[in-house]
Design a protein around this ligand. Structure first.
Ligand code: IMP
Length: 193
């Protein structure tokens, strides 16, 4: 009998990615699978806090061991903004185009364009909390390039590449991204149990 572990998300792509790696040992359930249809408020001021808020909520209310992630784009010249506000930088509409437009405006005339994506995964397992982090550094271009991906992909160029995430496409992005690195650390941990 495989152990059940909840991934505090309903994002099909994220679920598939982890299920594939740990399928021999864990049955990965989504929030929907456990009847959790609420929008868990991400009220933390850091990625770690937000990831922990999600998993503690699931553990306390539904009783399942659980992991969950939070991701943000951090820009040096903007003192780490948009950070935890990445999804709603230009307002509550979660509008990627508007978020990018605001970012480019804030960086207008700025020569230091360094930025990174950071993903934090929090895991509660057997009464203990664990954290896994993935990070990719790069810079923010002056305009959008490419159409693949989502969020800030058209303006983020990872170090070592001449193309943005949106030009590189999902196959390459999924090998090098912040989220891929964090998921790999989580899966390495789970597969050693
Ligand atoms: P989440 O925590 O994975 O929902 O990410 C929060 C926000 O960060 C998203 O709504 C996007 O704006 C941004 N973001 C996260 N990951 C990526 C990525 O891989 N590419 C571009 N933007 C991203």
């Amino acid at each position: 009998m495989k152990r059940k572990l909840v991934f505090a998300t309903n994002n099909a792509h994220k679920l598939e990615e982890v299920r594939e790696v740990v399928k021999d040992k864990f049955d990965i359930l989504s929030l929907k699978d456990i009847g959790c249809n609420e929008d868990i408020a991400e009220t933390g001021t850091t990625l770690i806090e937000n990831a922990l808020i999600k998993v503690r909520h699931v553990k306390n209310k539904y009783g399942y061991d659980c992991f969950g992630d939070d991701t943000g784009l951090e820009v040096g010249a903007l003192n780490g903004a948009p950070g935890v506000f990445s999804a709603r930088y230009a307002g509550d509409g979660h509008d990627a185009k508007a978020n990018m437009k605001k970012l480019l405006k804030e960086l207008d005339g700025e020569t230091d364009r360094k930025a990174c994506f950071r993903s934090v995964i929090a895991l509660i397992l057997n009464g203990e909390e664990h954290l896994f982090e993935g990070r990719i550094d790069g810079d923010i271009l002056a305009e959008e390039h490419g159409t693949a991906g989502f969020g800030y992909d058209p303006v983020f160029r990872p170090d070592g590449y001449v193309q943005t995430f949106a030009e590189l496409g999902m196959d390459i992005k999924n090998e090098i991204s912040h989220r891929a690195l964090a998921v790999k650390k989580l899966c390495d941990f789970l597969s050693k149990l």
